[in-house]
Design a protein around this ligand. Structure first.
Ligand SMILES: CC(C)(COP(=O)(O)OP(=O)(O)OC[C@H]1O[C@@H](n2cnc3c(N)ncnc32)[C@H](O)[C@@H]1O)[C@@H](O)C(=O)NCCC(=O)NCCS
Ligand SMILES: Nc1ncnc2c1ncn2[C@@H]1O[C@H](COP(=O)(O)OP(=O)(O)OP(=O)(O)O)[C@@H](O)[C@H]1O
Length: 199
């Protein structure tokens, strides 16, 4: 079974492309949503985050106060390092358990911070979604109730695309005039060829 990493900075179009890949019948692990789930229900993560940031980091209903954590970590390199150190190992463990239940020839793992979290060793191939910075900022602003400054804060905590590109096996260009489905199908065709040669 081939494990494929799917990455790209905030607003590059990962979720959109992951949905297309899922529709084509391939399993996709969405790390942002899994991280959110784990942060809300894993008692050890909850204890660590409460120790670091106080009990108000969780809301009365027991779920994380996302706005509060985002405001703290995207302005504080030490804090983000600590949070990553708590959350990322739990996501990796959960992903490995999920992998062992999959039966398709290849599966995908979607994460904005695959390289930043040093997860590349988990994958046979990595696909980068590359979209111009300005397009990403505009897309996130129109998708979320957020500001340009807040999007830039997150981008500043992510590796530049040029470095990510040099570490990736495939690139999907997802600017407004790029033909995305054609690129996805071409990569899947290549992965099928690789898989059938291995089988
Ligand atoms: C800070 C939190 C609460 C903000 O929640 P929110 O719903 O606003 O954002 P969401 O989780 O959907 O992430 C949106 C995007 O923000 C960026 N982002 C999120 N976490 C990080 C991080 N640790 N480092 C850099 N960028 C990040 C990514 O581009 C991501 O796709 C949340 O992102 C979080 O808990 N982050 C820490 C855990 C983590 O690293 N998650 C990433 C997947 S493993
Ligand atoms: N090719 C495209 N053309 C126009 N809009 C697009 C395209 N791809 C994605 N979008 C839109 O851009 C926004 C960001 O895309 P998406 O949510 O898939 O990005 P993401 O990389 O998953 O973002 P995040 O890192 O914040 O989770 C969404 O509103 C999506 O509908």
């Amino acid at each position: 079974m081939l494990k494929i990493g799917l990455t790209g900075g905030i607003g590059s179009g990962k979720s959109t492309i992951a949905k297309i890949i899922k529709t084509l019948g391939y399993p996709v692990y969405i790390s942002d949503s899994k991280a959110s789930e784990l942060i809300n229900r894993d008692e050890e993560i909850k204890r660590h985050l409460t120790e670091l940031f106080g009990k108000d980091i969780y809301q009365p209903d027991g779920n994380l106060d996302k706005k509060r954590l985002a405001t703290i970590i995207f302005n504080d390199k030490e804090a983000i390092k600590k949070v990553n150190g708590i959350v990322h190992p739990a996501v990796t463990r959960d992903f490995m358990t999920w992998c062992s239940a999959q039966r398709r020839p290849f599966l995908f793992f979607e994460s904005a911070i695959l390289f930043e979290a040093k997860l590349e060793h988990l994958f046979d191939y990595i696909i980068l979604i590359s979209t111009d910075l300005e397009t990403r900022v505009e897309r996130v602003i129109s998708r979320d109730a957020t500001t340009r400054e807040k999007v830039i804060e997150r981008i500043n905590n992510q590796m530049p695309d040029e470095i990510k590109q040099s570490k990736s096996n495939f690139v999907i260009y997802n600017n407004n005039d790029d033909k995305v489905i054609k690129q996805i199908l071409s990569i899947i065709h290549q992965l099928n060829n690789i898989h059938s040669k291995q089988a």
